[in-house]
Design a protein around this ligand. Structure first.
Ligand SMILES: Cc1cc2nc3c(=O)[nH]c(=O)nc-3n(C[C@H](O)[C@H](O)[C@H](O)COP(=O)(O)OP(=O)(O)OC[C@H]3O[C@@H](n4cnc5c(N)ncnc54)[C@H](O)[C@@H]3O)c2cc1C
Length: 312
């Protein structure tokens, strides 16, 4: 699990155009196709249907219109317009108003100022409508700039935004103290990307130990903390720590990915905890899907079985 070699292997595969073409052809075409295990569908309607199911199970959700690493401003503007349409459709549907997005989807690789403008356009519509917007954290070359953009917007008075910190990075415990001091909302994750040893722990045990320390800080001092993990040890440790410090269950939430550990999601709801499910959707699902395979190579067997069914 979280083994560096497997992550590296899947990150390399994620760059293969041939594999992307093949996956795009088969991954979504039937209700049972393999990509649907982790992705709600290619359309906003499918994401809304998934969100309704999540809400029926007593949980909330955040919707992520998949896309990242756009290479020109036209694509970034198209992604921005697409997010504005998502805002309207979600508002009309009556489901929870909570979105996640990535800055490279809004053009960060092309021009930082344009990416910030695009984010502002989204926030100008999202905030009056009562949406919360989480800026996902991408790989380490983007950590500084993501936090800088987040903090600038925060200083300018945007309060319905939140950020993500990854326990895999050495720097994150310092970043956590800084963001918690602002009173801003943090989602704590282990980190989905293949990172160099210069910036990140190579051993899973070290990533987990940092996660445990950060989860405690966050639950004790954070504003609406989000403990985003499927790791039963991290979840149990958070529950125990909260109990010992008389922190009520409604002061924080657990977050999990669509299609991962649904049993654990339901068990937490039964025990009185808030659970939010991250629901990704859209046509650009391939890199996200490959990260999920890299986290748990056993998922590859599931893909192979499903492909064999498709071709039968
Ligand atoms: C709501 C949410 C938002 C996230 N946002 C970001 C982000 O912005 N930036 C970022 O870098 N990362 C993000 N991640 C991903 C995160 O960094 C991890 O890569 C991912 O959650 C796996 O780590 P884990 O904490 O579940 O622990 P692990 O130790 O990796 O896994 C613990 C257990 O969870 C189960 N599990 C974990 N992953 C899978 C999977 N793919 N398929 C099936 N079972 C699995 C297995 O049972 C495994 O034993 C997010 C995760 C969540 C839940």
């Amino acid at each position: 699990m979280l083994d560096t070699a497997s992550k590296a292997f899947f990150h390399t595969l994620a760059r293969s155009r041939a594999l992307k073409r093949l996956a795009s052809r088969y991954g979504m075409r039937r209700p049972t196709s393999f990509a649907r295990r982790f992705i709600a569908g290619e359309t906003i309607q499918e994401a809304i249907e998934a969100a309704r199911v999540v809400e029926t199970r007593g949980m909330t959700e955040t919707l992520d219109l998949l896309g990242e690493s756009v290479t020109n401003l036209e694509e970034a503007e198209a992604a921005t317009r697409a997010y504005l349409r998502v805002l309207e459709t979600v508002t009309a549907s009556g489901i929870g108003r909570n979105l996640s997005l990535k800055l490279t989807q809004l053009g960060l690789d092309v021009d930082k100022a344009s990416a910030v403008d695009n984010l502002r356009k989204i926030l100008e519509r999202a905030e009056p409508a009562g949406f919360f917007v989480r800026i996902d954290m991408e790989n380490s070359p983007y950590t500084d700039v993501t936090l800088e953009i987040f903090e600038t917007l925060w200083q300018q008075g945007h309060r319905q935004i939140g950020v993500v910190l990854q326990s895999a990075l050495y720097r994150s415990e310092n970043d956590l103290r800084r963001v918690v001091a602002l009173g801003a909302r943090v989602r704590l994750v282990k980190g989905a990307y293949q990172e160099p040893k210069a910036v990140a722990y190579a051993r899973k045990a070290d990533v987990d130990a940092a996660y445990a320390r950060m989860a405690k800080t966050l639950v004790l001092d954070g504003t609406s903390p989000a403990i985003a993990t499927h790791d039963p040890k991290m979840i149990e440790l958070t529950r125990t720590y909260a109990r010992e410090h008389n922190i009520p269950a409604d002061r924080f939430e657990f977050q999990m990915l669509f299609g991962v550990r649904r049993d654990l999601q339901s068990a937490l709801v039964r025990d009185g905890y808030h659970v939010r499910v991250y629901i990704p959707f859209g046509r650009e699902w391939f890199p996200y899907f490959m990260r999920r395979l890299g986290e748990r190579p056993a998922n590859v067997m599931f893909v192979i079985r499903s492909l064999l069914r498709e071709s039968a």
